[in-house]
Design a protein around this ligand. Structure first.
Ligand code: MV4
Length: 499
């Protein structure tokens, strides 16, 4: 057991601020690292100490292991928290930390490696009775073998890169005659993206839901789950809206998936915070997708429904403490929703949006949490991930959490770059989301940039402008708009499903 006295946060933006906050609550000294363009970022101002680690390019700063280690040694930090992204799932970095007698606040390098290689992960899951989509659990040897397997499992199939994850290097193949070309392309993409051309095949699950379970495990063999999160509102494998608990699960299925997630974590002797991702199909079967060996962006929704501080738990585990809880002590209450507020333009295919953050006024109020990584006056560039902040709301019910989210989105004032706020607002109002029956095709099926902001179909034009304006500045106009639209045609602009 080694008490951690000073933590260096090897990250930037909202997650760096979030980790620093818990360190402060725990009386732990803090060190921030920053690139030459990040000197006035909130995380630098919040930390007790800070070290410049180089130019704006991540490859010359946040991703340079030796610079992070040197900053820790120079400031006497006894632990490093990697956040997510950057070096958070880099086994070599975890190894380098321990070689320098610095605690890596995360899992062992071995756990990172076994879950990072998707074929190794599948073999381990299969051995431990964790359900997988039908397919191969080893990398394919040659195209002939691959073709035979694809025939056996039946089209459509999904080709995935062993070194991939998060959707990188994935291809859907709908028929035999597309297969050879697709495998060849998938292999060359995997080779250029990961330096590893190994691929495997799975049965493609149509319209699945993406449901994940939070895991927290200590170094004494205790593994707990902290319930589930629904992450099906995704765009090109980037989650946009997440919620906990999933509206798809009932108690029975939740228990089954939770036990499976704990089994998956135990199979790789996992320690720390991790997430087991599943896909669930419309027959309520579920399948292991991958395990993320880091704290996830969307962890605040789990913190809201369990009342736990996941970063505090990570630090306790990293100190070697036994988690002094039993599974039944971990309960879930209420409902939480997270919207990722990104500098992207939803009406421009979510392409990154840059500019100067002229106005940045965050919402607040009962059940509202904003994990913010930026301040007014800051330059938004494409140097880094476009995530500006996470807007998280909590309610005693899903409906209350949604209402609070919708109101908080109205209150959020951001100008100087486009953001995903209007898309999140669209989601909070969409019947498919409101009913909880959405799946991973939600954005593809329902979100049409042309329709949803400028003019809403089948509603009198005046009402659509008022509705749009009302959604941006307050109730009065909205009431007017709704009255007008009530007298107009009843059908909603969103009632068509594009399928
Ligand atoms: C799948 C799938 C359907 N069938 N695998 C893998 C990475 C993760 N981010 C999404 N992944 C998926 N894997 C099988 N066998 C569906 C997804 C998936 C998805 C795929 C394409 C486009 C968007 C998606 C959103 C969520 C899940």
């Amino acid at each position: 057991m080694k008490k951690i006295r000073k933590v260096l946060v090897a990250n930037r933006g909202e997650i760096a601020v979030r980790v620093l906050r818990t360190c402060k609550h725990m009386g732990i000294s803090t060190v921030a690292v920053y690139s030459e363009v990040d000197g006035s970022m909130p995380h630098v101002l919040l930390a007790d100490e800070s070290v410049c680690i180089g130019p704006a390019e991540s490859s010359k700063s946040y991703l340079v292991m030796d610079k992070i280690i040197d900053a820790a040694r120079k400031t006497g930090a006894d632990a490093i928290h990697p956040g997510y992204g950057f070096l958070s799932e880099n086994a070599a970095f975890a190894r380098k930390c321990s070689e320098n007698d610095i605690i890596f606040i995360g899992p062992t390098p071995e756990a990172i490696e076994s879950m990072g290689d998707k074929t190794k992960a599948r073999e381990l899951m299969k051995k431990n009775g964790v359900p997988l989509p039908p397919g191969t659990d080893t990398a394919l040897k040659d195209i002939a073998e691959a073709e035979k397997i694809a025939e056996e499992i039946g089209y459509p199939v999904m080709i995935k890169a062993a070194a991939g994850g998060g959707g990188k290097g994935m291809r859907i193949v709908h028929s035999k005659d597309e297969f050879t070309a697709s495998i060849r392309t998938a292999k060359s993409e995997a080779q250029s993206a990961f330096g590893d051309d190994r691929v495997f095949i799975e049965k493609y699950l149509e319209s699945p839901r993406h449901i994940e379970f939070q895991i927290m495990a200590d170094q004494h063999g205790n593994v707990f789950h902290l319930f589930d999160r629904e992450c099906s509102v995704q765009r090109r494998h980037q989650k946009v809206v997440e919620e906990a608990p999933s509206p798809f699960l009932d108690d029975e299925l939740r228990q089954k998936m939770a036990e499976t997630a704990v089994k998956a974590a135990k199979s790789c002797r996992y320690t720390g915070a991790g997430t087991v991702e599943f896909l669930a199909d419309k027959y309520r079967n579920f399948y292991f997708l991958e395990m993320n060996t880091r704290l996830q962006v969307e962890h605040p929704v789990t913190e809201f429904i369990t009342g736990l501080d996941l970063v505090e738990m990570q630090i306790h585990v990293a100190e070697g403490r036994k988690l002094d809880i039993k599974q039944p002590d971990i309960t879930m209450t209420g409902h939480a929703i997270e919207c990722r507020i990104c500098a992207e333009d939803p009406s421009g295919n979510f392409l990154p949006s840059t500019g100067l953050l002229k106005r940045y006024k965050i919402p607040s109020g009962p059940g509202v949490r904003v994990d913010s990584g930026v301040t007014e006056g800051q330059k938004i560039t494409i140097n880094y991930d476009p995530l500006l902040s996470k807007l998280v709301t909590y309610g005693n019910s899903r409906e209350q959490a949604i209402k609070r989210m919708s109101a908080a989105l109205d209150e959020f004032e951001i100008s100087g770059c486009k953001t995903t706020v209007p898309f999140c607002k669209f989601t909070m109002e969409h019947p498919e989301f409101l009913s909880g029956t959405y799946d991973t095709h939600f954005i593809k099926d329902y979100f049409d940039p042309k329709d949803s902001f400028k003019s809403r179909k089948n509603i009198e034009p005046i009402a659509s402008v008022l509705l749009y304006e009302a959604s941006r500045n307050g109730m009065k106009q909205r009431k007017m708009a709704e009255n007008v639209s009530k007298n107009g045609k009843e059908s909603h602009w969103w009632s068509h499903r594009k399928k």
